[in-house]
Ligand binder design. Structure first.
Ligand code: F0G
Length: 401
């Protein structure tokens, strides 16, 4: 059951905790570094106090996810007049995106329930991740993707891990609607972010981040939004840590959408109480080309709880942001760079004031969309052809060396 049959709201897991006991958690978590716990080196299961328990005898399905880098970018902080700026790179996970953090918990639950087929609709990263964890668990994987809208790398991952890939529809929203209707008919276990177990794993990103910052929270935590599962997850994590008394200053969540696929930004910035879907979402950042985000009520709660903010950015600004990160040695896929593009806008508008501490969440790996790089070579030294002789190569470098 993914939603309540009475009110229709998506299901959510509620953490029961004793704040007295919670005070000892950070010490316990540190003692488990570098993650040599029962689930083996996983940076997600290290935070087991915050996760649903599995029945005795069911082992976690893990690929050693989590434990991702936090990289400080002092030049960019200065440029944007911030006290500090970091990127939390969730693209450095086993299948190259943040999805792995949730998938380890979700597929573990599928195993605990004795399910045979896991399924998702996807713009590419969820499918790559689900296919990997399904393979690890010995389950079958079914993926529905919009036709011609998923990068070659992401498709290749799902295929490589042995998933059945069905191309159906022009958008993620179309594929997802189909899958939600098919799931009960075909007895499929849904691994999209409407599955509450996904969010449980994904929320650990914020716990790990706070640990890396010695429990001094940033003022802002900014991430790209598509189906809005990740902002819901991070919001849940922040709330639970606050309830446990482990943080007092709660970071404000910032959601950045691509301008052509920004129904949540439109809703939030206009003060509307209902989301108006975008029927023809359009952006080159295909990972977040979503017009009908299923998690918007959860995301709204997360923003209300954290006094959050939103921005919408055109593809041209995503490109500039991706280029700036690459200049600093930080690679990511286009959708991830939306967080920096959004931060720039939030600084210009004054929504994020100067002198604050900001963390950008990078969601996917640079190699997820290599065609994007080939399409955006203007202004880079780029690639030249040379005759295979010393003189030939030297000649080709004229004007550069
Ligand atoms: N960044 C990347 C790289 C993504 O793949 C996604 C979502 C998002 C951001 C947005 O996260 O949906 O939780 O708001 N990708 C999904 C997929 C939809 O199918 O891979 P969200």
């Amino acid at each position: 059951m993914y939603s309540c049959p009475r009110c229709g709201q998506l299901a959510e897991l509620v953490l029961e905790m004793d704040p007295e006991e919670a005070r000892a958690w950070p010490e316990r978590w540190r003692a488990r570094l570098p993650g040599r716990d029962a689930a083996g080196r996983s940076g997600v299961w290290r935070f087991s106090e915050l996760l649903p328990s599995t029945p005795a005898g069911v082992e976690a399905v893990t690929l050693g996810e989590g434990g991702t880098p936090l990289v400080e970018l002092p030049q960019l902080a200065e440029e944007l007049q911030l006290e500090s700026l970091w990127v939390k790179h969730l693209g450095v996970n086993p299948t190259g995106s943040f999805k792995d953090l949730g998938m380890t918990v979700c597929v573990t639950e599928a195993r605990a329930l004795g399910r045979g087929v896991v399924a998702c609709a996807s713009t590419g990263n969820t499918s790559a991740s689900m296919a990997a964890y399904a393979a690890r668990a010995g389950l079958r994987a079914l993926v529905l993707v919009p036709e011609g809208q998923v990068t070659a790398a992401k498709l290749a991952q799902a295929l490589d891990f042995g998933a059945m890939v069905v191309q159906a529809g022009q958008t993620f929203d179309e594929a997802f609607l189909l899958l939600r209707q098919l799931a009960p008919r075909l007895n499929l276990y849904l691994a999209n972010s409407i599955n509450p177990f996904r969010l449980e794993g994904q929320k650990t990103a914020v716990v790990e981040l706070l640990e890396q910052l010695d429990w001094r929270p940033p003022d802002y935590l900014i991430l790209p939004g598509g189906n809005l599962g990740n902002v819901s997850a991070l919001g849940k994590g922040i709330s639970e840590l606050a309830d446990a008394g482990l943080v007092t200053d709660v970071p404000r969540l910032g959601v950045v959408q691509a301008e052509g696929a920004s129904p949540f930004h439109r809703m939030w910035s206009s003060g509307a109480e209902e989301l108006v879907p975008e029927d023809h979402p359009e952006t080159r950042a295909t990972a977040i080309r979503i017009g009908r985000p299923a998690n918007w009520p959860r995301a709204m709660r997360a923003l209300l709880r954290t006094r959050g903010l939103t921005a919408a950015v055109p593809d041209s600004e995503i490109e500039t942001a991706k280029r700036r990160l690459a200049e600093l040695g930080v690679g990511c896929e286009p959708a991830s760079a939306a967080s920096l593009a959004g931060l720039r806008r939030m600084r210009q508008s004054g929504q994020v004031p100067a002198g604050t501490r900001v963390v950008l969440v990078l969601t996917g790996h640079q190699l997820k969309d290599t065609a994007y790089v080939e399409e955006h070579l203007a202004g880079l030294p780029g690639i030249r052809r040379a005759e295979p002789t010393l003189e030939g190569v030297e000649r080709s470098l004229r004007g550069w060396l």
